[in-house]
Design a protein. Structure first.
Length: 324
């Protein structure tokens, strides 16, 4: 293998990260640029992309041999014409399960215990009970997407006494931390049983509007939606209507459609909506940053040594390849 590759690194690095990366491929040439400051010249210079770049800078150039994202989501990279057909694509699946699953659990308990409403009351200096609450224990939780994030959330809910149903594209052996495993073809039946529908799906044409108005109508009255995948999976206006009518107990959203959410959108003011600005998987938890660097460094070492990479992405499906 050619040992003189040009590597554009856009992921934020501390000094100890930089040393690990350069040690993984000692004869490669590195250029370090912040993602927001990456130019067309930087991308045209590179043979390897280590970290995210603006997908609009990608034009199917065959000189880019491998693109390694620092995100789990790769929607912008699988648009036809962005990457050459021979360009290898890998992502950072495995880095975000800890941070995002805890964010999901925090939103779920906030909604179940009405902590968001008590916070609102605190601002109004109102000492008044808000009535009935819910529990994770004894609830039925449907997890749509059993990758790293969904699996980590399922484990936490199972440990707290929930009955957990996981949905994935293809049925494999059921992991011990869920009670049932289903496929998208069985979605209608399990939606009617779920107290919580937790979404950690990528944004693809197959997942677009998966939770449609029709699907929301099939959900159990008083149920909760959590979404940390992509906003396009849920019909936003139908969800808002269901919140206003009382069909839904609440929603916890780290992703929305559209995004960013416009300032005049009604979702901001719905009392049972908890909205965060797509930050659950960023580097605010230092361990997430460390996990991303470990994945990038391992894959760089593998590429340098001519070994098979981890987290390879099937661009047609928009998912990481199944683990062998």
């Amino acid at each position: 293998m050619n040992k003189t590759k040009k590597v554009l690194v856009t992921v934020p690095l501390k000094e100890h990260h930089l040393k690990k990366i350069e040690a993984a491929a000692p004869t490669y040439e590195f250029r370090y640029v912040k993602m927001q400051e990456t130019t067309q010249e930087d991308v045209d210079w590179a043979e390897i992309l280590l970290g995210n770049v603006n997908p609009n800078l990608l034009h199917g150039d065959s000189s880019i041999e491998w693109a390694q994202t620092n995100s789990a989501g790769i929607e912008g990279y699988i648009v036809p014409g962005r990457l050459h057909e021979n360009t290898i694509l890998s992502n950072a699946t495995g880095a975000y399960g800890l941070a995002i699953s805890e964010h999901m659990l925090a939103m779920l308990m906030e909604l179940q215990k009405k902590l968001h409403l008590y916070r609102d009351a605190q601002h109004e200096m109102l000492w008044k009970a808000k009535g009935e609450v819910k529990s994770v224990y004894g609830s039925t939780i449907l997890v749509l997407g059993m990758g790293d994030i969904g699996s980590e959330f399922a484990k936490r809910c199972k440990a707290l006494g929930a009955y957990v149903i996981g949905m994935r594209r293809v049925k494999h052996e059921k992991p011990e931390y869920i009670d049932e495993l289903c496929t998208p073809e069985e979605l209608d039946a399990v939606l009617a049983r779920a107290d919580v529908v937790a979404i950690s799906l990528p944004g693809t044409e197959k997942t677009r509007n998966m939770i449609s108005r029709e699907k929301i109508e099939k959900m159990k009255d008083g149920s909760i939606i959590l979404n940390v995948g992509r906003g396009i999976v849920v019909d936003t206006e139908a969800m808002c209507d269901a919140l206003e009518s009382g069909k839904l107990w609440g929603v916890g959203l780290d992703v929305v459609e559209p995004e960013p959410l416009p300032a005049d959108h009604r979702l901001w003011k719905l009392p049972n909506a908890v909205v965060t600005p797509h930050i659950s998987g960023f580097y605010y938890l230092p361990e997430t940053h460390e996990r991303v660097i470990r994945i990038l460094t391992e894959n760089l070492a593998r590429y340098y040594q001519g070994k098979e990479l981890i987290n390879l992405v099937n661009r047609k499906e928009g998912y990481r390849e199944s683990v062998k």
